[in-house]
Design a protein around this ligand. Sequence first.
Ligand code: NCD
Length: 307
Amino acid sequence: MRHLLNPLDFTVEETDDLLTLAMDIEHNLPKYAHVCDGKKLATLLYEPSTRTRLSFESAMLNLGGSVLGFSSADSSSAAKGESVSDTIRIISCYADIAALRHPKEGAALVAAQKSSIPVINAGDGGHQHPTQTLTDLLTIRSLKGRLDNLTIGLCGDLKFGRTVHSLINAMVRYPNIRFVLISPDELKIPSYIRENVLCANNITFTEVGNLDAAMPLLDILYMTRVQRERFFNEEDYIRLKDSYILNRKKMKLAKDDMFVLHPLPRVNEISVEVDNDPRAAYFKQAQYGVYVRMALIMTLLGVEKPC
Ligand code: NCD
């Protein structure tokens, strides 16, 4: 039995196979309508979610399976003091696969150790978000036709943004990837990622504060929200929340074939005037999230690709 807790749980080859399956799903959706008939997905959300929960549910319904779960800690037995370990043992009796989001780093790992069904980490605190990364990889591969030879700008909250941490982990495995890390000083990438992931893999990267100067260099700009819920005080959040606002003027500085990604939800960091720019890919990215989660559910359940 396999889980997905960290993007590195899949090798590059396994990841490529999964993305290829997701692309086939995109083009032949009806073919997959019954491959998970009779299977159940549980979504266990201890933290708010719109896209992740609904895209998982949509994915399982598209495969012919069904879904159950809870969408806040308050509406589960966590409110009575039940541990994640106990909850997953129970859910293992009710479902065939579970997606779990939790505010604590490592919660999905703890669950996986006690689970008798595959566990998917749907976000653990400021740590990892591997299914968003699979979504991001599919989006980049579909739009750019490759996952190598790219300069990727990551902008905003690089400290608390788990999507950023997971994406860096996954992308350093492809040849000739360069990063421009754009953030205020207080929201720089954590040192464990700088040292253990970027430096350890000899990746070329710069850490800068200015988005305008970075724009012309980029093949992908990955914007992120300042993660209010992970701040220790509201004043710091208010001071930092509008550090970067991508607008039409800034887009003029970028290459014609640069794409803007964002895991969403957006707050102020991308002005709505950018939405009509053909390089704005964040809504398309959310659509890819359904195909990639369909491919992931099939892979973890060991379901064969239909002819
Ligand atoms: C992200 C998350 O939960 O980390 N959202 C998502 O799953 N698409 C990004 C965010 O909340 O800022």
